[in-house]
Design a protein around this ligand. Sequence first.
Ligand SMILES: NC(=O)c1ccc[n+]([C@@H]2O[C@H](COP(=O)([O-])OP(=O)(O)OC[C@H]3O[C@@H](n4cnc5c(N)ncnc54)[C@H](O)[C@@H]3O)[C@@H](O)[C@H]2O)c1
Length: 273
Amino acid sequence: MTERAAVRERFSGKVAIVTGGSAGIGLATVRELCREGASVALTGIEPDLGADVEKMLKGEGFDVLFLGGDMAEEQFCASVVQNVLGKWQRLDFLVNNAFSFVAKGRDAERTDWERTYRVGPIAYATMAAKVAEPMKQSGGGAIVNVSSISARIAQPNRWTYNSAKGAVANLTRCIALDLATYGIRVNSVSPGWIWTREVEKAAGGDRAKWEPVWGEYHMLRRLGEPVEVAAAILFLLSSDASFITGADLPVDGGYQGLGSEGLGSTSQFAGSH
Ligand SMILES: NC(=O)c1ccc[n+]([C@@H]2O[C@H](COP(=O)([O-])OP(=O)(O)OC[C@H]3O[C@@H](n4cnc5c(N)ncnc54)[C@H](O)[C@@H]3O)[C@@H](O)[C@H]2O)c1
């Protein structure tokens, strides 16, 4: 990973919602937004973890609010927006990040399908619809939907997750079109393999063993860090991206650019940073 740039203050006085902000990519996004001056509401489905994270971030001097609940429930989505407006009286940014990791194929039950879509694209759409008016009243805003490389490719036994991420890709364009007149830009990021809990679980906690293997799916021959996705999300939220909407930004170390030949015959894990 490259050296991180000095902290800029692109988001002073701004208010953001980050769904699934108590771990992984969401938590990194919350912290980077706070470091650049924003006040942030973060949601999570694990109340104890969320309370600990809120305490930790407040201890770092950040203005945050944890809201525990399930993004699959419309009432919870509505309460998140209400809580934010009650606390800060404005809303500038939304990061739709929480998703269901149910990854099933032929064995998927209807309940698996329903869960995947309700936590994923349906919640993304619900939140976008609910924030539109408050963001407009705050002078416009920006939304970033967290998609995935899985939105565009087939992977074994992944009918649920990959199709739901595919839905996010076109949902992003449709929301971008309709909210442009509200002064709201809407984009997505598509991460490659990022070292978070899900990947750590798959690796049995053994990063040294699995990074050389999974790293080879990426031109950069390594996994990504949550903060590298957060940096791309902040770019898309910021005025640096003022003429970008309806777009997807891959944050995948070159994953999507590789073909069937993979890294080629010179392939060797080099831990490129
Ligand atoms: N880690 C990767 O390699 C990777 C790759 C591509 C895309 N992504 C995407 O990045 C996003 C974040 O993934 P991560 O790896 O950081 O996950 P994570 O498990 O580290 O964190 C998930 C967060 O979402 C919250 N959450 C989960 N279900 C929820 C629900 N129903 N309601 C409210 N909150 C809920 C959790 O409490 C937690 O805060 C997801 O959209 C995922 O699909 C991850």
